[in-house]
Design a protein around this ligand. Structure first.
Ligand code: SF4
Ligand code: SF4
Length: 356
């Protein structure tokens, strides 16, 4: 059984209160033991797509940088390039978003290094004994960082129901090639009865794979299965075949996550922020109201236990599962069960509440 540590925390907490709470969480969870003097230590985070306002606050990142540096490790912020149309689809635009959202080195105390290089191709193939893959493409800087803290924001997710630690690891730490492989063969379909031919999906699609005449049509040869069109269609006219896409994507994400976890035995820690939990992840780039009130911040050395604990706390708070609130087509426990099978953690945990 794993241990997950939890501190109640609200997005309105002052920077000082946030630091006190994270310091207590850091101390009680023993996260410091994951870092060693002179380690190049990655802090994997998500700076938020321009347009979203509910990404993890810079005060949290700043505090975690300080705590990592207190071990004499050398922390740097990192993330990978995205597949969709965005300033974050290359290292330069990504660094600008990082600074614009308050995560510049002067603000948080560590520089941002794009994990997969200038255009998302700096990566290495890592062998994995998965159901879907025998090797996965992991961003070089993440692979070569000596130790890592994975900072995740708990949200819903259109492709998996839940975006937490496993998603941040498996999708967020791989190259563009890895992301393409995860989505391969998952193009959605259009319900022509519901489609109003508004063209929003066409304008959003990163690969120009949608044409719109009387209704939208998706071109399967170029569609990369990213699902962005599903998230932006206000008429609910686009959908995956959820019974196939959801479980398959969860398993593919877990296989990438397993490669990263195995690359750093005893040298990865996890922190998840369960505040401003929105229907979509921070990639969508639109302002969203949270689905539930702020819960707190959790830490563990087990990514599976941590995700399970977040799901349990949301269910306890909301009286229903996060998936049922956000994307009821999904069951996020499918991925957690597969992660157990891949032996990167356990759903069995004890929750220890920490007081600042
Ligand atoms: S966004 Fe939805 S309603 Fe608009 S064209 Fe696309 S599928 Fe049709
Ligand atoms: S899933 Fe939708 S947005 Fe993504 S590439 Fe395919 S058609 Fe375009």
């Amino acid at each position: 059984m794993s241990t997950v540590f939890f501190v109640a925390a609200d997005v309105t907490d002052s920077s000082q209160d946030t630091h006190s709470k994270l310091s207590a969480l850091w101390r009680e969870s023993g996260l410091a033991s994951r870092f060693h003097p002179q380690d190049f230590a990655a802090l994997k985070f998500h700076a938020g797509e321009p347009g979203t306002e509910t990404f993890v606050r810079p005060a949290i990142v700043k505090s975690l940088v300080q705590l990592m540096a207190s071990t004499q490790a050398v922390p740097f912020l990192t993330d990978t390039s995205v597949l969709y149309k965005s300033p974050r689809d290359n290292a330069i635009g990504h660094a600008k978003v990082v600074a614009d959202h308050g995560f510049g080195p002067g603000a948080v105390g560590a520089p941002f290094v794009s994990a997969d290089g200038l255009s998302g191709s700096d990566a290495e193939e890592v062998p994995i004994d998965g159901r879907h893959f025998q090797e996965v493409s992991i961003a070089s800087a993440i692979l070569h960082a000596r130790s890592m803290l994975v900072l995740s924001h708990a949200t819903g997710h259109l492709g998996t129901g839940f975006g937490g630690t496993l998603k941040n690891l498996g999708m967020g730490c791989c190259s563009k090639k890895g992301k393409l492989r995860q989505h391969h063969g998952q193009e959605p379909h259009v319900d022509t009865e519901k489609c109003t031919a508004c063209s929003v999906c066409k304008d959003w699609c990163p690969t120009d794979s949608i044409t719109v005449d009387d209704t939208a049509t998706i071109l399967p040869d170029t569609c990369i299965g990213c699902g962005e069109c599903i998230a932006v269609c206000q008429d609910g006219a686009i959908a995956f075949d959820w019974t196939i896409a959801g479980p398959q994507l969860q398993e593919r994400i877990v296989e990438h996550a397993a490669a990263i976890v195995r690359s750093k035995p005893e040298r990865i820690g996890y922190v998840t922020v369960a505040q401003q939990i929105t229907k979509n992840c921070d990639c969508l780039g639109v302002k969203e109201d949270p689905l539930v009130g702020d819960i707190g911040i959790l830490a563990s050395n087990d990514p599976v236990a941590l995700d399970q604990a977040v799901l349990d706390l949301v269910q306890e708070r909301a009286g229903q599962t996060l998936e049922s609130l956000a994307w009821p087509q999904h069951d996020a426990t499918h991925g957690l069960n597969y992660a157990q099978e891949m032996e990167i953690g356990t759903r069995e945990y004890q929750l220890v509440e920490v007081k600042a």
